[in-house]
Design a protein around this ligand. Structure first.
Ligand SMILES: Nc1nc2c(c(=O)[nH]1)N[C@H]1C(S)=C(S)[C@@H](COP(=O)(O)O)O[C@H]1N2
Ligand SMILES: [Mo]
Length: 559
């Protein structure tokens, strides 16, 4: 027993954060079981929309740098996880701030008011969260009303728990010690307290239990659920990851360049990126889940009459297939935000024959379910029949995270120009800035030429004795310009031309190989390429922002 100042800001912050951790676990568990919104992700997605582009670019670059420096795995999935962790930290910080404020209020108020005050603090945080979640959440399956109620109720509960903790921290412990003289009077602003440390340990323990149970159970449920279970309420299936009922095109077909005798060096990445390995980049922590029965492609703006198309109608048009290398403008030199797949869809030229555009339409503004948007010029569409609205990758309906039900393909442009989850196409009279352009990225976002060393295959030496050679291999890509030459040099010697494998299409990467006369020791391997128009790749080092990375890929190898 002792006397201490009333618990204030620091205590409030600590308890507020602890309780926010338990709240996070509860929200997560409920999101998995009943499909309520997971508020921390909604807050993060909202923040990523409203924060200035500079901050977002800085954040993305920092995350990507950390992932590559510490080799935390495939960049896009590691980045999503990092962002999800940040989102949860955001809620903990919010809990700390609100807890500090709450304790200060309790200090000033009568004990009979504490719980009401706590409730009000909780609701004051919960109300904006409720509105933000209602505006940005795309995955909750509970009704809007219930989702709103749920957020208010849980945040209110957090506030009442905060007040309860304050009561416990300030409650005098009854200690009767008969032989002692009466204690001296306690100053006004001091109270007798139970052992605060003990209370903190108890509360911390309880929080840990709730968190571990909630998060563990939630994760268990999430892992047992197919990726598209959210649509189960309609009894209709949207694709799971990947479809188990249909067969991938690549399982039963040879790649179009299968007869090329020039084989990739062992250790070169797969020429067709397996669906499970394809990078994923988008602005939400959870991809929007769309029900095919409710989805329509809406044509609006400068059209004679607004039109709607179902997915079945779009699929009924003659299908086109294209082997496509897609890269993110945030892909660093030698990075993994690049992949190649077989896309299937309908050429926009074909589709536009059935869309009566007004004469003054010059661009299509393409908007997505996640509020992403980009502009594509009608001139470009009229010139390039490969521009397509795609609904399948590798012969399977697009996975949810890759844009189900519909995405656009525009050759030679980075992914940021190519919306997934398309919902509306609006014909407009003038160009405007799309989602990432408004945040400071390149307006044109044309793919830079790039070449990468995937492997120096020390375990696959060819030749004997003095003729021993080390096969070196990798990729080169320059949008739809193709690749005319790849050169390798070792230890800053002469550039020597590598052999090129015929690419799967004009728009995919090119696999190359080069056999270097073996020399033991430490060596620096470098690669550069020339695009199909004869333009060499830019060797000067440039950061990914704002126009895509340039520079030479090099690897240091000990042979
Ligand atoms: N609706 C929507 N479309 C989008 C994005 C997005 O955030 N939302 N991201 C774009 C970016 S930046 C890239 S690199 C590609 C990535 O496509 P993938 O995730 O299928 O690889 O999608 C593009 N299309
Ligand atoms: Mo991107």
């Amino acid at each position: 027993m002792g006397k201490q100042p009333k618990p204030g800001l620091r205590w409030g912050a600590l308890i507020g954060a602890l309780l926010a951790l338990a709240l996070t676990a509860l929200l997560y568990l409920a999101a998995q079981i009943i499909g309520t919104p997971f508020a921390p992700f909604d807050m993060f997605d909202w923040a990523s929309r409203v924060l200035p582009g500079d901050i977002i670019r800085f954040g993305i670059r920092t995350i990507v740098t950390l992932i590559t420096t510490f080799q935390l795995g495939e960049t896009s999935s590691a980045a999503k996880i990092a962002e999800q962790v940040l989102a949860v930290i955001g809620l903990l910080v919010t809990g700390a701030v609100a807890g500090g404020v709450g304790f200060n209020l309790f200090q000033m108020a009568r004990p009979s008011r504490w719980r009401l005050l706590g409730l009000l603090v909780g609701l004051a945080v919960g109300a904006p969260v409720m509105f933000i979640s209602a505006a940005v959440n795309l995955v909750a399956t509970t009704s809007t009303l219930f989702s709103r109620f749920w957020i208010l109720a849980t945040f209110g509960g957090w506030g009442v728990a905060l007040a309860w903790a304050y009561e416990r921290l300030t409650a005098p412990e009854v200690a009767i010690v008969p032989s002692m003289p009466p204690a001296p009077p306690i100053p006004e602003d001091h109270v007798l307290v139970m052992d605060r440390r003990r209370f903190l340990v108890t509360l911390g323990g309880a929080t840990a239990v709730v968190t571990v149970v909630g998060a563990g159970l939630g994760a268990l449920i999430a892992s047992g659920k197919p990726a598209a279970a959210v649509s189960a309420s309609t009894g209709e299936t949207v694709p799971t990851t990947p479809l188990t009922t249909a067969q991938a095109w690549s399982e039963t077909n040879a790649l179009p360049n299968a007869d090329d005798p020039l084989l990739p060096v062992p250790g070169t990445r797969p020429e067709l990126t397996p669906l499970t390995n394809h990078y994923r980049i988008d602005i939400n922590l959870l991809p929007p889940s769309i029900r095919e029965s409710e989805w329509r492609l809406q044509w609006q703006g400068l059209v004679d009459t607004p039109l709607e198309m179902t997915l079945a109608q779009i699929r009924a048009y003659p299908a086109v297939d294209e082997f496509v290398t897609l890269a993110c403008i945030s892909n660093g030199v030698g990075g993994d935000l690049i992949g190649t797949q077989r896309w299937t869809g309908v050429s926009l030229q074909t589709l536009l024959k059935d869309v009566p555009l007004k004469a003054d339409a010059t661009y299509l503004k393409i908007s997505s379910a996640d509020s992403f948007d980009e502009y594509v010029s009608l001139d470009l569409i009229r010139k390039d029949e490969r521009i397509m609205l795609a609904y399948a990758w590798d012969g399977l309906p697009l996975e949810v995270k890759h844009g189900f039900p519909l995405r656009i393909y525009i050759p030679n442009h980075y992914g940021m120009k190519q919306p997934k989850w398309i919902s509306t196409i609006e014909a407009v009279a003038a160009w405007d800035e799309g989602y990432w352009v408004r945040r400071g990225w390149d307006e044109a976002a044309l793919m830079r030429a790039t070449s990468v060393i995937d492997t120096v295959a020390i375990d696959n030496l060819t030749g004997e004795g003095d003729q021993k050679r080390v096969p070196v291999g990798g990729i080169a890509h320059a949008g739809d310009r193709g690749i005319s030459k790849v050169e390798v040099r070792v230890d800053e010697g002469e550039w020597v031309e590598a052999d090129l494998r015929r690419p799967m299409s004009q728009t995919t990467w090119v696999l190359w190989r080069y056999e270097w006369p073996f020399e033991a020791g430490d060596h620096l391997f470098e690669v550069r390429c020339v695009d199909g128009n004869g333009t060499p790749q830019i060797e000067r080092v440039a950061d990914v922002a704002p126009s895509g990375a340039t520079g030479i890929h090099r690897v240091q190898v000990t042979l």
